[in-house]
Design a protein around this ligand. Structure first.
Ligand code: CAA
Length: 258
């Protein structure tokens, strides 16, 4: 397994966990961390033995944003060319479901990283925010696009224009997180969710993730057409036959692809 300087990685059964590990900077996303994170995530994504990935940070911070000190002296051209953070495209196109397990601060790029995941499970201590406005800039890892889609224009505008943080309870009420759990149970709950997903048919999981992605990107009519095709295509897999016959025979399915 590759050794990283800013991450810890482990695999248990079909669940991989990536832990952001720059405690001295509250897991601020510097160029090394971003490069290592994308590398680790894509390696797990390419491994058919991995059915779901948990992404987490420390108790105090999931991630406190892009690394401000590293960015401070960048120019327009530096940032336009990818700056210290090139290459999110592959991460955003991963097929394996990603579960963000968020404790403490998820700010700026940290909040945006959580929003790149499919599911966000938050500890009751979690704090979300897009404070870039306080630095004289705006969100740069997708926050101005994903936050309004998640919580609506008006709440997103208030957060992005004022830099206000939102606690876990408000985040759940607003639709930013899937579920809030006590901090002490965060990793166990995220692992349980990941194990559940990893026990399903992999082609069905990939297709469902694709369809959910389409819902974010396509107009409704196009998304519905996409879903109709994907649903029909599921009937070309032996896992569809197994899943439906297992139900009729009152037994647990034995999916071939998982
Ligand atoms: N970049 C670089 N270093 C950071 C950092 C960041 N985003 N966030 C925290 N750190 C560092 C601090 O500088 C400090 O380092 P030193 O001990 O060497 O001084 C260390 O982490 C601990 O932080 P604090 O002492 O500030 O801890 P705190 O508990 O008093 O405050 C906090 C916590 C409220 C999260 C505060 O650290 C903070 O406001 N951080 C910045 C949050 C932010 O503005 N994020 C957005 C970044 S820009 C961005 O993300 C752009 C984008 O969309 C791509």
């Amino acid at each position: 397994m590759t050794e990283y300087t800013t991450l810890l990685t482990e695999t248990r059964g079909r669940v991989a966990t990536i832990t952001l590990n720059r405690p001295e900077a509250l897991n601020a996303l510097n160029s090394t961390l971003v490069r290592e994170l994308i590398d680790a995530a894509l390696a797990f994504d390419a491994d058919p033995g991995v059915g779901a990935i948990v992404l987490t940070g420390s108790e105090k911070a999931f991630a406190a944003g892009a690394d401000i000190k590293e960015m401070a002296d960048q120019s327009y051209a530096d940032m336009y060319l990818g700056g210290p953070f090139p290459g999110w495209g592959g991460f955003e196109r991963m097929r394996t479901p990603l579960i963000a397990a968020v404790s403490g601060f998820a700010l700026g790029g940290g909040c945006e990283l959580a929003m790149m995941c499919d599911i966000i499970i938050a500890a009751d201590t979690a704090k979300f925010g897009q404070p870039e406005i306080n630095l004289g800039v705006l969100p740069g890892f997708g926050g101005s696009q994903r936050l309004p889609r998640a919580i609506g224009k008006y709440k997103a505008a208030e957060m992005i224009l004022t830099g206000r943080m939102m606690g876990a309870e408000e985040a759940e009420r607003s639709g930013l997180v899937s579920r809030v759990v006590p901090a002490s149970e965060l990793l166990a709950e995220a692992a349980k969710t990941a194990e559940t997903i990893a026990s399903k048919s992999l082609p069905a999981v990939y297709a469902a993730k694709d369809a959910l992605q389409a819902a974010q990107e396509m107009p409704l009519a196009e998304g519905l057409r996409f879903e109709r095709q994907a649903f029909a295509a599921a009937f070309a897999t032996d896992d569809q036959s197994e899943g439906m016959h297992a139900f009729a025979e009152k037994r647990a399915p034995e999916f071939r692809h998982r």
